[in-house]
Design a protein around this ligand. Structure first.
Ligand code: ZN
Length: 178
């Protein structure tokens, strides 16, 4: 649910931001987009989100310019983070760190590294090895010591997300154009 408009009309940037990404599924969709999920069916599988809700949230993210809706070149549609969407990364990273600090009793579930040298990212997004402020496309995500593979049926989308890989790298490649 978006907040009542009166709430955001007070010129408060946080209220305006929460109107766009404050709803739980919305931020989960954005997080998955950082992990390279681009297709409707992959978001649906990975998040377990009702399809009608996913349709509505994707529409609103496209309307706000967080995601762009593009052809995948094979008759399908892909949702990709725009520059405006990628600019949400520090917020997503901070919330992930907070969750790891307070809600991951078995250890860190996901490690983020500078892919060029393997250095771990600090909470401010700097590489602990080389000190660089690591650009999002150079961040590698990998399972941490607290990660537990989900039981049950294998899910290729989750498998791809939980394999060491760079952020934004699409988990499904469009078929070769012919
Ligand atoms: Zn580095």
């Amino acid at each position: 649910m978006t907040l009542p408009h009166t709430y955001a009309d007070g010129n408060c940037p946080l209220a305006r931001t929460l109107e766009v990404v404050g709803e739980r599924w919305t931020l989960m969709i954005v997080r998955d987009a950082f992990y390279g999920v681009r297709r409707f069916g992959d978001f649906a599988t990975q998040l377990g989100i009702p399809r009608a809700v996913l349709t509505s949230r994707l529409k609103s993210l496209v309307r706000e310019g967080v995601l762009s809706r593009e052809s995948d070149g094979a008759g399908g549609v892909e949702y990709r983070l725009t520059d405006k969407g990628v600019a949400l990364w520090p917020a997503v990273h901070a919330l992930m760190n907070w969750g790891e600090a307070f809600y991951s009793p078995n250890g860190v579930k996901r490690l983020l590294r500078h892919d060029l040298d393997g250095g771990l990212l600090d909470p401010e997004g700097r590489c602990r090895d080389c000190g660089a402020a690591v650009p999002v496309p150079e961040i590698r995500s990998e399972p941490g010591p607290g990660y537990r593979p989900p039981g049950g049926v294998a899910d290729p989308v989750s498998d791809a997300i939980n394999t060491p890989r760079r952020l934004l790298q699409p988990i499904t490649q469009a078929p070769a154009r012919g």
